[in-house]
Ligand binder design. Sequence first.
Ligand SMILES: [Zn+2]
Length: 235
Amino acid sequence: MIYAEKNGEKVLPKKGETANCPLCSQKVIARCGLVNVWHWAHEKEECDSWYEPITKWHLDWQSNFSENQREVVIKDKFFQSGKKHIADILLPNDVVIEFQNSTISAGEILEREGFYRKMIWVVNVEKASHNISLSHNKLKIDNCSLYKWLWLRRCWRVAKMPIFLDFGDDFLLYVKELKNDYHVEYKYFPNSYYYWRAEYNMLAVPVSKNTFLAKYANVTQCPKNAPHAAQPSQA
Ligand SMILES: [Zn+2]
């Protein structure tokens, strides 16, 4: 996490400092190295079971939202279970935005959607961008085009909440539907098993990042390399 608590304030990590975790109130230590994004870490294990290491990609997204909307502790107000999690962004209309960089299981997708109720996924697919392409079929349904997703991360098929795929450029792909039909190819490799590649169909529509942010963050600019206070200066 980028924010911890100190004297009731949200604080960014600073070399040699400690603060408290906003979720469990335990001590957290500022990790200000040269490789990873500067962050706060617990002495032992991270307390949020949905913890994901923060990356520059997260920071760039977060920087488009006001500080009080970033890393907000959400309590389970529906079942009063006492569970708490840190949402990446909480919008004033109670919608959570989760920026997902690492792999996630279908179970956790469902769990998070059930917990937050109203949420949007932004998924980093930059490394998989070569696997996602517009279909040659010019089919359009409700202004959505048909796309092919080779090696679709199938966990996303369970998601009920809106998914925006981030390719690392100026456009997101808003996924309207991950379809059940897919194309499978079989190949044979010498001394090896059959190998298959599966290409899934998806109905989606490109949305510019600026449009996304104008809608959700009330800002019109999405700087590619957003500056943030907690990064070491490049030596
Ligand atoms: Zn904690």
